[in-house]
Design a protein around this ligand. Structure first.
Ligand code: IVH
Length: 696
């Protein structure tokens, strides 16, 4: 943008809107140049002037604040300048509980999983409680006692190599002394204290540099610096709380592990303590939440972990979270503001989602200007109207929600909100099926919103994870007709010359994007299935399907066969533990639809879709086998047996069919055992089962 600018107070709505759009694009392209190419195209002063202008216009025209406004971008832009590291052991996340009731369920689940705790209610279940630090997780690798590398969490499997940055830390032990296994990965949370954060922001402000919204963003921005001399000036610290790869075990309990960490010189949170039952955990929770304000670091909850490591090991993981630990989150923060507008967004499956455009307000250190309204019924139930003053709630990183209307602040004459019955994007009918809470656009592929959302999902982290392929690229490429179907992404290189002439696009960013796309031509089947964005097929279901069908070819053939009611293929699909008839219906419909068939052919000719590989090596005797458990097991619970079988690469089914390899029976086994006999399926006693998996 150049030339003299109209004073903000003289701008019309139309001009202000147009300028905000230009500013959003311009600032974002400078951000890309700065963060992704590490090559700033403007001086800091010029950049700040753009942001200041954006802020001034937004303050004067709050109803025009854009979803993609730079003021709405929380956190740091993704940096691609770090090399990637595959974690030797994945970095997991934690499930959440929000109440004593949820916590009781969580503890009950552990007791039900471990047979000895189910049988004897008097055996105590010891837990360790500690604050949940609001920072960013890190994995530190030591070999023969020497610090060798550090990586961020990334997507949990692959993180960024920040070794050079960690080397600048002041309070980190770089050499472990005493009893040290050959390989030790220590995991913890990098954070910036509240006082250091305030000091850093003062400094940034004086220097005319950007200020950070909260300590976590500041810690992230300080750690993920391509120039580690900047990291060196920031007083980052670490609380250690977990481990990754270990060449030999450290201690028998979580507590002993913490003691070991302390003796090596790591900082372990001083509020950590051992607790017994639910009541004790709740007391510690209250205690820690009471201290929250006085602590010099941000925390957002309390984490509870099973103390005994042999129990942790047996409990294992579900999806990406341990069964043996959970985060008890603090209640969300609230604020009041006004709804300026209700926007209807169309998702990739056509779902219409109402979003409240708010008068921007700060909630817990973050400026919020959008909140979800969930669905049509929610608006009716709460009688939410444009112009209302509402209470909004922000919990952790989730999208803020509108919880209630302050009726006595309602201006006279506000009209009830009329929910659209046609798609605001493509104009097709938007219908609501019996029993469904969501209204959906029926436009399918003619609806640009659905298509664009499908692209965004396809390139996203859990799916193809194409680095640098952000929403704005999707929108621009789609608008220009460069990508019409998902598979066109892999033909973008044919437009290389055209891409290089785009405004604000350097040769380097085009080359980076095309390289990132090339890198993903080989893709594991489960990611591929998830990326298609089929209704109800999230990551967990995609994995179940990949595990069951192993290759895309087999999956496609099976879905073709399963379209016939009463077919074996259909009963096999329904028999996958975790897939119900409704999911099966959506999947069969998707795969057999003509256009999708063409799309899948197109992908098969362009990509190398890797067959599913069972996680454990072939030394497992039950890789790929289908197992049914029936009757009561005597040494372990059904839950533990199932988890163990899955961990060893087997599939666990709910009913016996020709495809079942083993039926494991205990006392009280009924029709399933009989069925197995009829079909000639191998029947194992519990002892035979344990011998088979080498635990007998
Ligand atoms: S334990 C396998 N303990 O919370 C369990 N995590 O929501 C590993 N976090 O990714 C995590 N404080 O970054 C653990 N005391 C604590 C924590 C903590 C913060 C973070 C961690 C994790 C996230 C999960």
């Amino acid at each position: 943008m150049s030339g003299k600018k109209t004073p903000v107070e003289k701008l019309t709505d139309l001009e202000a809107g147009a300028e905000l759009k230009e500013l959003a694009e311009e600032i974002s392209s400078h951000d890309d140049a700065y963060y992704q190419d590490n090559a700033p195209t403007l001086s800091d002063g010029e950049y700040d002037a753009l942001r200041a202008r954006n802020q001034a216009i937004e303050a004067a025209f709050p109803h025009l604040v854009r979803g993609d406004s730079p003021s709405q971008q929380v956190g740091v832009a993704p940096t691609s300048g770090f090399s990637k590291v595959t974690h030797a052991r994945s970095m997991f996340s934690l499930g959440n509980v929000f109440s004593a009731e949820d916590l009781a369920d969580f503890l009950g689940g552990i007791r039900r999983f471990l047979k000895e705790l189910t049988d004897d209610k008097n055996i105590p279940l010891e837990m360790v409680a500690e604050p949940k630090i609001d920072g960013l997780s890190i994995s530190l690798r030591y070999e023969k006692g020497k610090f060798v590398s550090a990586a961020t969490r990334g997507d949990g499997s692959v993180g960024e190599d920040v070794t050079a940055n960690l080397k600048t830390f002041k309070e980190l032990p770089f050499e472990l002394k005493g009893n040290v296994p050959d390989v030790v990965e220590v995991r913890g949370e990098v954070y910036l204290s509240k006082s250091d954060f305030a000091e850093l922001n003062r400094h940034q402000e004086d220097a005319g540099e950007k200020v950070f919204a909260n300590p976590r963003n500041a810690a992230a921005g300080s750690l993920r610096q391509l120039d580690e001399t900047i990291t060196a000036t920031r007083p980052l610290k670490i609380f250690a709380y977990a481990w990754g790869e270990l060449s030999e075990p450290i201690g028998d309990t979580q507590w002993a592990f913490f003691e070991q960490l302390k003796s090596w010189g790591f900082q372990v949170n001083e509020l950590t303590q051992i607790c017994g039952d639910l009541a004790e955990l709740m007391t510690v929770y209250d205690e820690i939440s009471g201290k929250r304000a006085q602590l010099d670091y941000d925390i957002d909850g309390v984490v509870y972990k099973v103390n005994r490591l042999d129990w942790q090991e047996r409990l294992g993981f579900v999806s990406r979270a341990p069964r043996w630990a959970v985060a008890h989150k603090f209640p969300a923060e609230k604020a009041q503001t006004i709804i300026n507008e209700i926007d209807i967004q169309v998702g990739r499956t056509g779902s219409l989602t109402p979003v409240a455009k708010l008068e921007p307000v700060t909630v817990g250190g973050v400026v919020v200007s959008n909140a979800t309204l969930h669905n049509e019924d929610e608006i009716t139930r709460k009688d939410i109207r444009v112009g209302d003053t509402v209470v909004i709630l922000r919990a952790g990183d989730v999208i803020p929600q509108v919880v209630e209307v302050i009726l006595n602040k309602r201006p006279k004459g506000l009209k009830a909100f009329k929910y659209p019955t046609i798609c605001p994007i493509c104009g097709s009918d938007a219908v609501r099926d019996e029993g469904e809470s969501v209204r959906r656009c029926t436009g399918g592929v003619i609806c640009d919103a659905q298509v664009i959302e499908r692209f965004k999902h396809f390139v996203s982290r859990g799916a193809f994870n194409i680095e640098g392929f952000g929403s704005k690229h999707v929108e621009a490429f789609f608008d220009e007709g460069l990508i019409k179907t998902l598979a066109d992404i892999f033909r973008l290189s044919t437009h290389e010359a055209n891409l290089k002439t785009r405004d604000g696009w350097g040769k380097k960013s085009v080359a980076n994007l095309l390289a990132a796309i090339e890198e993903r031509r080989t893709i594991p089947l489960e990611r591929f299935i998830y990326a298609l964005g089929i209704r109800q097929i999230g990551q967990a279901n995609a994995r179940l399907l990949a595990k069951q069908y192993v290759s895309l070819g087999t999956l496609r053939q099976a879905m073709k066969d399963a379209a016939v009611i009463g077919s074996d293929a259909l009963s096999d699909l329904n028999n996958i533990d975790g897939i119900g008839p409704s999911v099966a219906g959506d999947l069969i419909a998707y795969i057999n639809e003509d256009r999708n068939r063409e799309l899948l052919n197109d992908f098969e000719s362009q990509l190398n879709i890797e067959d599913f590989e069972a996680p454990d090596d072939s030394s497992s005797p039950i890789v790929g086998k289908t197992i049914v458990f029936t009757g009561t097991l005597e040494t372990v619970t059904r839950g533990e047996a199932k988890a163990k079988a899955e961990q060893l690469g087997a599939k666990v089914a709910g009913s016996v069919s020709k495809k079942t390899d083993y039926v494991v029976t205990g006392p009280g086994a009924g029709s399933k055992a009989k069925n197995a006999e009829k079909l000639g399926v191998a029947i194992l006693s519990e002892n035979e089962w344990l011998a088979l998996i080498d635990e007998g």
